[in-house]
Design a protein around this ligand. Structure first.
Ligand code: PEP
Ligand code: MG
Length: 600
C-alpha cells in the first residue's frame, strides 16, 4: 500500500473521499511586455486601480469568511489587505514600471517573486506560512491586470472532489463549497498557514505539506484523504474506503462523547476525584485550558517570556502575565515553574557558555541559583501576582535539598524586600519541587517533608532514568515512561507525598495520554496536569475507569519486566472499561508487543 500512500501533516480533521482535481498553477504565465515611455504613468494608474479593486474583493472575502468561519478567522484577510497596500512594495512596482518600462503585471510579478525569495530564504517558519498569503494577493492582482479570473475552476466543481494544489491561499479556500470539495491536499503549508486555519473553521478536511502531490496524483484519480492522520491514499479499494469511513464515524462518536463530559465532574466510577489541570506554555493556551475546564494550571512554563525576545523580561511584565493567568483560573492554583533555561532551552537573551553535555549541565534551578539577578526578578513577580490569585512557585530539575532551601530563602528575602519597598505582594507562597531526576525521586520523602508540593516531570524523569536523550529521534523507541524503572520511581514519589500529607501531581506529557493517565491513577496520583487539548479525553477516561482496577493494573505494571509488557497489560485492563476502538480510532495509543494480536 505504501506506494499508494502519501504522507503530510493533517491540518484539518476528517476524511474526504473523491476524485482529484489538480491545480497546477500558482502564478499565471505573465508575458514579458514593455510599454512606450509615454504610457508609463497610465500603467502606474492601472496598478493603483487593480489594487483598489482587489481590496474590494478581499473585503468581500472577509465578509464571506465572517459568515463561514467566524470573526477571528476573517481577520486573516486584514493581513492580506495590509500586504496588498504595502507602500514600500507598491513603490517598488511603480519604480520597475517607470525605470524598466515594464507593463504593470510584469513589474508586479517581478517584485512579488523578489519578496517571495527573500522570505523563503530567511527560513523563518512564520514568514514561510505567510508565503501563501503573498501568492494569493499577487495572483489576484496579476490576474486582474491581465483581465483574467480564476474562479471558474471552483464554480465548475459539481461532484465530490479533492482539490490538490501546490499551495492554497486563504482567498481560494474560503470560496470552496463544502458540498462538493470534500478535501484539500497541498504540497506547501503547515498547521499555522492561513489556508489551514480557514479549512479547519469551515470544516473541510485538509492535509498539507505533502511532498510531490502534484506529480504523484493524476487528475481524476480517486483518493481517500485523512486530515486527522495526515495521509492521502490513491486508488483506494472499496474495503479501504469503508475502513476509512468507519474510522471517521468512530472519531465523530468520540467527539460527541467528549463534548458531553466537558461539564461533568472528573470522578472515577468508584468515586475517586481526579483533579485535572492544564499545562500552559504560551498565552494562547490559556483559553483552550479554560474552555476545557482546567482546574487551574499545573505547569506554567515561563521560558516563552525569553524565547524570541532580545531582552530578559522585566519584573512588571512577568508580574502582569502571572496575574493574568491567575485571574483566568480564579479559585484554582496556578503553578509558576521558574525558568528552565539551559539544556535544550537556550533563548538568545540568556547567553550561556556552550557545553559538551548540556542536558547534564548548567540548567534550570542551577542557572537560577547562580544568577540571582534573573531569579530574583521572577520570584518578586510571582509574589506580586500571588496577591491576586492562588500562585504557587515550582522549581525544575531539583537534585538536592539545598536547592529548595536556597529558593525558600530567596522567596522570604524578596517578600520582606517588597514589603520594605511598599510594593503590594504576598508575604509568602507555596514552593514546590519538580521531581524529574532520579536523585529527586529517591529523595522524595525528604523533599516531600520540606516542600509544599511535588510535581513529577516525567519527560525529564524518563530521560535521566533511562539515559535516553528525549530529543534524539534515533532513540525514540527507547524513550518510554512506561519502563518499570520509571514506574517504580513514580510510585516512590506518590507514596512519599501521601505519607508527608503533601499534594503530588504529574505534569509530564504522559499524563495527557489516556492509557498512562489510568496507570498514574493506579499509582496513587489524584492530580494530573495535562496539555489543554487532551483535557476532555483524559476526563472521559477517568469517568469510565475504577481507581481500584487501576491500582491492580499499576501493581502488575510495577512487577512487569519491560515497558512493552506494561503497555500490554494496561491495554487489557483499560479495555475492560473503555471501548479502545473508540478511544483510539487512529491507533495512536502506545502499543505493547502483543497489543495488535490481542485486538484490544
Ligand atoms: C518534564 O520534564 O516532564 C516537564 C514537564 O518539563 P519540560 O518538558 O518543560 O522539561
Ligand atoms: Mg522538565
Amino acid at each position: 500500500m505504501s506506494d499508494r500512500q502519501l504522507k503530510g501533516i493533517g491540518v484539518s480533521p476528517g476524511i474526504g473521499v473523491g476524485a482529484a482535481i489538480v491545480v497546477r498553477w500558482t502564478m499565471p504565465e505573465v508575458p514579458h511586455r514593455v510599454v512606450p515611455r509615454s504610457q508609463v504613468e497610465k500603467e502606474v494608474r492601472r496598478l493603483r486601480a487593480a489594487v483598489r479593486d482587489v481590496k474590494r474583493f478581499l473585503q468581500a472575502m472577509k465578509a464571506k469568511a465572517e459568515d463561514r468561519a467566524g470573526v477571528d478567522e476573517a481577520r486573516i484577510f486584514d493581513a492580506q489587505i495590509l500586504m496588498l497596500e504595502d507602500k514600500e512594495f507598491l513603490a517598488g512596482v511603480a519604480n520597475l514600471i517607470r525605470e524598466n518600462l515594464l507593463a504593470a503585471e510584469k513589474a508586479y510579478e517581478f517584485k512579488a517573486l523578489e519578496v517571495r525569495d527573500m522570505w523563503a530564504a530567511t527560513g523563518s517558519p512564520r514568514l514561510k506560512d505567510r508565503l501563501a498569503d503573498l501568492s494569493g494577493v499577487a495572483v489576484r492582482v496579476i490576474e486582474h491586470l491581465m483581465h483574467r479570473g480564476s474562479d471558474e475552476l471552483w464554480e465548475a466543481i459539481s461532484q465530490p472532489t479533492v482539490v490538490v494544489a501546490k499551495e492554497l491561499s486563504p482567498g481560494l479556500t474560503v470560496q470552496l463549497d463544502r458540498e462538493h470539495v470534500v478535501g484539500l491536499v497541498s504540497e506547501e503549508g503547515t498547521r499555522t498557514s492561513h489556508a489551514a486555519i480557514l479549512a479547519h473553521s469551515i470544516g473541510i478536511p485538509a492535509v498539507f505539506g505533502v511532498a510531490g502531490a502534484i506529480e504523484r496524483i493524476e487528475p481524476g484519480t480517486m483518493v481517500v484523504m485523512d486530515g486527522t492522520r495526515g495521509t492521502v491514499l490513491l486508488q483506494p479499494t472499496p474495503h479501504e474506503i469503508a475502513e476509512a469511513q468507519a474510522r471517521e464515524l468512530r472519531r465523530r462518536e468520540l467527539a460527541l462523547q467528549l463534548e458531553e463530559v466537558m461539564d461533568q465532574p472528573s470522578v472515577t466510577t468508584d468515586g475517586v476525584r481526579i483533579v485535572l489541570r492544564g499545562n500552559v506554555d504560551l498565552p494562547d493556551e490559556i483559553k483552550p485550558a479554560q474552555d476545557h475546564r482546567a482546574e487551574g494550571v499545573g505547569l506554567l512554563r515561563t521560558e516563552f517570556l525569553i524565547t524570541g525576545h532580545t531582552e530578559l523580561p522585566t519584573e512588571d511584565e512577568q508580574a502582569e502575565y502571572f496575574r493574568r493567568v491567575a485571574e483566568a483560573f480564579r479559585g484554582h492554583p496556578v503553578v509558576v515553574r521558574t525558568y528552565d533555561l539551559g539544556g535544550d532551552k537556550l533563548p538568545a537573551p540568556f547567553r550561556a557558555p556552550s557545553e559538551v553535555n548540556p542536558q547534564l549541565g548548567w540548567r534550570a534551578i542551577r542557572v537560577c541559583l547562580d544568577r540571582p539577578d534573573i531569579f530574583r526578578t521572577q520570584v518578586r513577580a510571582a509574589l506580586r501576582a500571588a496577591q491576586h490569585g492562588d500562585v504557587w512557585l515550582m522549581i525544575p530539575l531539583v537534585t538536592r535539598l539545598d536547592e529548595l532551601d536556597r529558593t525558600r530563602a530567596l522567596v522570604a528575602e524578596q517578600a520582606a524586600q517588597l514589603a520594605r519597598e511598599g510594593i503590594a505582594a504576598a508575604t509568602s507562597l507555596p514552593v514546590g519541587v519538580m521531581v524529574e531526576t532520579p536523585a529527586a525521586a529517591v529523595m522524595a520523602d525528604r523533599l516531600a517533608a520540606e516542600a509544599d508540593f511535588l510535581s513529577v516531570g516525567t519527560n525529564d524523569l524518563t530521560q535521566y532514568t533511562l539515559v535516553v536523550d528525549r530529543g534524539n529521534a534515533r532513540l525514540a523507541d527507547r524513550f518510554t515512561p512506561h519502563d518499570p524503572s520509571v514506574l517504580r520511581l513514580l510510585k516512590i514519589v506518590a507514596d512519599a507525598a501521601r505519607q508527608a500529607g503533601k499534594p503530588a501531581s504529574v505534569c509530564g506529557e504522559m499524563a495527557s495520554e489516556p492509557l498512562s493517565a489510568f496507570l498514574l491513577i493506579g499509582l496513587g496520583y489524584v492530580t494530573l496536569s495535562v496539555a489543554p487539548p487532551a483535557l476532555p479525553l483524559v476526563k472521559w477516561t477517568v469517568r469510565q475507569v475504577s481507581a481500584a482496577r487501576a491500582r491492580v493494573a499499576a501493581e502488575q505494571a510495577l512487577a512487569a519486566r519491560t515497558a512493552a509488557d506494561v503497555l500490554d497489560l494496561l491495554r487489557l485492563a483499560l479495555a475492560e472499561a473503555v471501548d479502545l476502538k473508540l478511544l483510539d480510532p487512529d491507533g495512536r495509543l502506545p502499543a505493547g508487543r502483543r497489543a495488535a494480536s490481542l485486538n484490544v
